[in-house]
Write a protein that binds this ligand. Structure first.
Ligand SMILES: Nc1ncnc2c1ncn2[C@@H]1O[C@H](COP(=O)(O)OP(=O)(O)OP(=O)(O)O)[C@@H](O)[C@H]1O
Ligand SMILES: [Mg+2]
Length: 185
């Protein structure tokens, strides 16, 4: 990894029709730092996060994650590089348990490919065991361990935020963008 910023946003612009949601935004995040992005409602924070995560395409500007230029890459490739985000409004899968929500968020899981169930059943089983063990570690860290087998729909607003963070950590990210991690309204 380069010794400069881990994330560099240069002159990012995004408009929705006549609304200029992000107007030439530039920022840098240094490795090992906690960086805050503040602004009033509608300032464009979530839009910028969605652009960085590859969910929206910017109208202009560049985004660098370490040595890789990531604007224009699809979200799954950005996650693979080690950058992930949480949603301002949690996106948990309500009818799955907390543990299942985490297992589903793991990357490089052989069981994601239907064919592997038939041609590599051993690898699928090993990956599932590995993902479940990792999920239990993450739940210990985020203190949701006791809720592992509860349906996500039964969690409180604050617990859903912690689940959102837990799901993000399942991809072993280098950088996590937390969109309003403590605001449950
Ligand atoms: N998908 C969209 N389509 C049209 N307009 C949008 C869209 N997403 C955001 N906007 C508009 O872009 C502007 C920035 O919104 P955004 O949600 O990024 O702000 P924010 O800083 O995250 O606000 P908050 O603090 O309320 O979460 C707002 O005027 C919003 O209405
Ligand atoms: Mg927002």
């Amino acid at each position: 990894m380069a010794s400069g910023p881990i994330l560099q946003v240069n002159g990012i612009e995004k408009a929705f029709g006549g609304i200029r949601a992000v107007d030439r935004c530039s920022l840098a995040v240094l490795p090992g730092s906690i960086t805050g992005l503040i602004g009033p409602n509608g300032a464009g924070k979530s839009t910028l996060f969605n652009i960085i995560a590859g969910l929206y395409r910017p109208d202009g500007g560049e985004i660098w994650f370490g040595d890789a230029r990531i604007d224009g890459l699809p979200p799954y490739e950005i996650v693979r590089l080690g950058l992930t985000k949480t949603w301002q409004i949690p996106h948990e899968l309500r009818n799955l348990t907390v543990l299942e929500n985490l297992v589903l968020a793991a990357k490089d899981n052989a069981g994601e490919h239907l064919l592997n169930l038939f041609v590599k059943p051993g690898e699928v089983k090993r990956d599932e065991i590995r993902c479940r063990a990792r999920a239990r570690e993450v739940l210990k860290l985020t203190q949701l361990e006791g809720l592992a087998n509860e349906h996500a729909r039964s969690l409180s607003g604050g617990q859903k935020k912690l689940l959102e963070l837990s799901r993000a950590l399942m991809s072993d990210p280098t950088l996590v963008l937390l969109d309003e991690p403590s605001n449950t309204t």
